[in-house]
Design a protein around this ligand. Structure first.
Ligand code: PEP
Length: 261
């Protein structure tokens, strides 16, 4: 199984409340990540209105910028939507698609598929979120994840997989303080890689990072990396606390240094 540079993505969701607070949070993170991490890629996903201001604070790209969502059309009469050319023009290099909080508001597999296509056609990295609402004793959560993945990756070409990241985020673990065990995260990573290998090829599947998300914090990050073998994290709550977020980045940096890609 190929080792990847871990991706540590902070999803700020609809936080903080003002631009001033968002700038402060970013500066705190930036100042704590003093040197360009050599073995880890830190990323933050601020709310849309803050992205271009935050981009001015990140000229060296020590920390990359992601968007929390996108609309698949490029331009036109789509009130309230934001397109991939707009996001790229303000410095976004990755886009989160299909977050469970958006699925809960009615985003369909078809929309997610079109968003994935739009991001990949723009030669940009897409982070596709998948995950079950609950775990049952019969393993039905595997079929939930499989259906979400198949729908999102319909028509995706093997050559584009290098710009695909999968974030396994069990919904029951998001914002709840409950985390999947490192063993369960590992099992799901293997399952996802098997699906990708069957659908594409081993070589193409090896280019895909599988992240874990769901109540990641500074106490559970090391075990999820060492035992879970995940290729990084999608982090909500803990990414709003600069020192905790940077602690997780440093944990990943140490892990990756001793397990080189
Ligand atoms: C998320 O929103 O993707 C997430 C994982 O949130 P939290 O870390 O707060 O569970």
């Amino acid at each position: 199984m190929k080792k990847h540079t871990p991706l540590i993505v902070g999803n700020w969701k609809m936080n903080p409340a003002t631009l001033a607070k968002a700038k402060k949070l970013f500066i705190d993170i930036r100042n704590k990540v003093q040197h360009r991490p050599q073995y880890t890629k830190p990323v933050v996903a601020p709310p849309f209105p803050f992205i271009s201001e935050i981009e001015r604070l990140a000229p060296s790209r020590r920390i990359e910028l992601a968007a929390q969502d996108v609309f698949f059309e490029s331009i036109g009469a789509h009130t309230g939507e934001v397109s991939i050319p707009m996001l790229k023009s303000v410095g976004v290099s990755m886009v989160i698609v299909g977050h469970s909080e958006r699925r809960a508001r009615g985003e369909s597999d078809e929309e997610i598929y079109r968003d994935v296509q739009a991001v990949l056609n723009a030669k940009t990295t897409v982070i596709i979120c998948v995950g079950e609402k609950e775990r049952d004793a019969h393993g039905n959560y595997f079929s939930v994840v499989e259906a979400q993945l198949r729908a999102a990756l319909r028509d995706v070409a093997a050559k584009d997989l290098k710009r695909v990241v999968i974030a396994y985020e069990p919904v029951w673990a998001i914002g709840t303080g409950k985390t999947a065990s490192a063993e369960d995260a590992h099992e799901m990573k293997l399952f996802i890689q098997k699906l990708l290998t069957d659908r594409f090829s081993r070589r193409a599947a090896d280019t895909v990072r599988v992240l874990y998300g769901g109540s990641v914090n500074k106490r559970n990050a090391a075990e999820l990396l060492h035992v879970g073998g995940v290729d990084g994290f999608l982090i909500g709550g803990a990414s709003l606390r600069a020192s905790e977020f940077v602690h997780i980045i440093n944990t990943a940096e140490e892990y990756a240094k001793s397990h080189p890609a």
